[in-house]
Design a binder for this molecule. Structure first.
Ligand code: ADP
Ligand code: MG
Length: 680
């Protein structure tokens, strides 16, 4: 199939009636679509009778598509790049200059600048109502760019395979759910026998938490559409003759209805009738072959009815940790009609290569002729692999592990006296909860929790305000903690990279990298737990010690790049397209001085690889075969050594001293302002 045919698709763009943006939107460039899209196109003179001019055709509702020049303008403004990867790769083979290659493979399909544009068309009305009921009035950039690629203007065979790279919190979930629900609803409308309903789409996500979030989001969009979505559960039957696994896991809580939106396992264990199944790769692979092992000969039961496969956080799913399971699920999808889309804020070139190769190999295995292969597109929003411009970053040198603990307490209790010699920065700009705190390992998350749990006085909610979440906890506990954090009952959540991907806690104000992340991508994702959906004021604080200096350059580069975008967006003249009305209130660049970037050592490839696989050495678990020196180093890096009783006592005394100090300094200070003063 010719990807260029996508160009002919119309979203029925109403150029002159674009409504003003009702709210600030997730945006890669610091301003959202819809704000002034009409500026760029409203001056265009419409041709009244397209038939007579033969130049631009209106659709049956009298709505005129944008010209290519206008689409280019829109793409430039919102930093959207859509590339036909097949043609890009072909021209690479011909070794043309990279710039020419890039230009030749760019595509300019009609963007979706407002959800209103699809309202009059044959898209499921309940789906559109569900979109607006949830106050999604205007599409974000990623939705603007990708939704039209899947809309039912053209024949289904032209639906592309797609790779999308768009910033954290920019609305990728909706971008893949809306077209998916519409696709399934369309096939129902076209006479699919409902009694024959089966799973026709699979969404894979790396963690249980993200999986439940997608199901929750999907349920709201599916209301009254006739389409349904479900999460993979233990014991589910996926095909006739399938005898589900015994529920032998330690956390045998799956009979219960769970708060994070997962439904009760059907008691009769019939083959699951849902349209969309959301799963982690491991759960699904084990449902398809309970004795599956990570070797190439381990086969899984085929799923010939799957026509859509979606990888959320695709780079993690294709990373060595999950790769075998993910590829096993992919190979189980044997329909020649299968379309795959991959979504993440970070897809490196090696992962892209793997994805493209696998798509092409699958097409060969399924004997799909070249002429029948669907387009293969890549959409990038904003700058590839950078952090959001709405987040401010703070890279804090703390020298030692104990320095981190001091630094952490300083963040939580900004009114406490700072250690001599330190700047009083935190006291002047107190950070408000919720805090999401990342450590390198489960053990360290647990130790940090043990260390900090008595820090919060009973009057502020005490122990109930702080929690730890990691994969060793039972599923039910994990769900409850997620729910309490979302509800604002928990103010400080200490966790591992389990929560670094995809989870959407709208209100997180502060992300703390108590331990530096193992990769630059992980930094982008951890930081991306704040500043979501265009929210301003999010802060990402990263502590680094002497030992970390060798690893920090990659993070510093990311921060510098995102600050550059920030400064650019804030400048009245420097905004892309010179739009001064979109000046943001984002905190100004403060983190990375150029001298620091120069001073930090560069990281070798092998060091990077080692860090990625194992983390910083001193923070790894102690192994029996470690030599004495390593053991000593690891012991020294452990978080905290006091018993719970000692911690409580120390905290009680500290609280009393602070209280009397404050009373002396400011006798009438209580309730003077509503500034966050920490938990003390
Ligand atoms: P991503 O997957 O890109 O990290 P999500 O899909 O989790 O981002 O969305 C981030 C937040 O943005 C969510 O809270 C979601 O409800 C919100 N959101 C998504 N689309 C829109 C929109 N069109 N308008 C306003 N908010 C949106
Ligand atoms: Mg996401």
């Amino acid at each position: 199939m010719d990807a260029l045919r996508l160009l002919s698709r119309s979203t029925g763009l109403k150029t002159s009636n674009s409504k003003p943006l009702p709210q600030r939107l997730p945006s890669a460039s610091g301003h959202g679509p819809g704000e002034d899209i009409s500026d760029s196109v409203s001056s265009r003179k419409r041709k009244r009778d397209s038939a007579s001019t033969g130049e631009v055709s209106r659709d049956e509702k009298g709505v005129q598509p944008l010209s290519e020049a206008e689409v280019r303008q829109v793409q430039k403004k919102y930093r959207i790049k859509i590339v036909d990867l097949n043609s890009f790769r072909k021209s690479s083979e011909l070794s043309e200059s990279r710039k020419v290659q890039k230009e030749q493979s760019r595509l300019y399909p009609q963007p979706l600048t407002s959800f209103d544009q699809i309202r009059h068309r044959s898209v499921n009305k309940s789906l559109l109502r569900n979109v607006s009921t949830q106050a999604y009035f205007e599409p974000t950039e990623v939705q603007m760019a990708t939704i039209p690629l899947f809309l039912p203007e053209n024949e289904a065979s032209n639906e592309p395979n797609l790779l999308t790279i768009a910033p954290t919190g920019s609305g990728k979930t909706l971008a893949f759910l809306i077209p998916l629900i519409e696709k399934i609803s369309r096939s129902h409308r076209q006479g699919d026998d409902r009694s024959e309903r089966h799973v026709s789409a699979i969404i894979l996500a790396p963690t249980r938490e993200l999986m439940s979030q997608i199901v929750n989001e999907g349920r709201k969009l599916c209301l009254s559409t006739g389409v349904n979505i479900t999460a993979m559960r233990k014991g589910m039957r996926l095909y006739e003759g399938h005898s589900p696994m015994d529920k032998d896991d330690s956390d045998n809580d799956d009979d219960a209805e769970e708060d994070e939106g997962l439904e009760t396992l059907p008691k009769d264990s019939t083959v699951v009738k849902s349209d969309i199944l959301v799963s982690t790769p491991m759960s699904l692979v084990h449902a398809l072959n309970p004795s599956w092992k990570e070797d190439e000969s381990s086969l899984v039961h085929p799923l010939p009815n799957i026509e859509t496969l979606i990888f959320d956080e695709a780079d993690v799913l294709l990373d060595p940790l999950f790769r075998a399971q993910t590829l096993a699920v992919w190979s189980a999808c044997t329909s020649p009609l299968l379309r795959i889309s991959m979504w993440s804020a970070t897809i490196g070139s090696n992962i892209e290569e793997l994805a493209v190769q696998t798509i092409s190999e699958r097409q060969k295995v399924l004997k799909i002729r070249r002429s029948q292969r669907p387009p293969l597109l890549r959409t990038i929003i904003g700058l590839k692999d950078t952090s959001l411009p709405t987040i401010s970053h703070k890279l804090t040198y703390v020298a030692t592990e104990s320095g981190k603990l001091l630094g952490m307490r300083q963040l939580l209790h900004p009114s406490r006296p700072t250690p001599a010699g330190e700047k009083k920065e935190a006291a002047t700009a107190p950070l408000r909860p919720p805090f999401l705190v990342f450590t390198q390992t489960i053990d360290r998350a647990q130790s940090l929790y043990d260390e900090l749990r008595y820090d919060i006085p009973a009057a502020a909610g005490g122990l109930s305000r702080i929690a730890v979440l990691h994969s060793s906890l039972p599923d039910k506990t994990r769900s409850k903690i997620m729910q309490d954090f979302r509800l604002g009952k928990i103010w400080i959540l200490i966790t591992t990279d389990l929560l670094s991907r995809g989870v959407d806690f709208r209100g997180v104000n502060v992300v703390v990298n108590y331990d530096i992340p193992n990769t630059v991508a992980s930094y982008v994702h951890r930081a991306g737990r704040t500043g979501r959906a265009g929210r301003e004021g999010g802060v990402c604080v990263s502590f680094y010690t002497k030992e970390d200096i060798q690893y920090v350059k990659g993070i510093a580069n990311i921060i510098a790049a995102s600050e550059k975008v920030q400064v650019h967006s804030d400048s009245p003249t420097g905004v892309p397209n010179g739009n001064s009305s979109t000046v943001s209130n984002t905190p100004k660049a403060q983190g990375i001085q150029p001298w620091l970037l120069h001073a930090l050592p560069s990281v070798s490839k092998s060091t990077r690889k080692d860090l990625k696989q194992h983390g910083v050495e001193s923070r790894r678990a102690i192994h029996g075969d470690d030599d004495e020196k390593t053991k000593r180093m690891k012991r020294k890096a452990k978080i905290g050594t006091q018993s719970g009783y000692e911690k409580r006592e120390v905290n009680r005394k500290r609280g009393a001293i602070e209280h009397s100090q404050r009373a002396k300094e400011e006798p009438h200070a209580q309730n003077k302002s509503d500034e966050w003063e920490g938990f003390g």
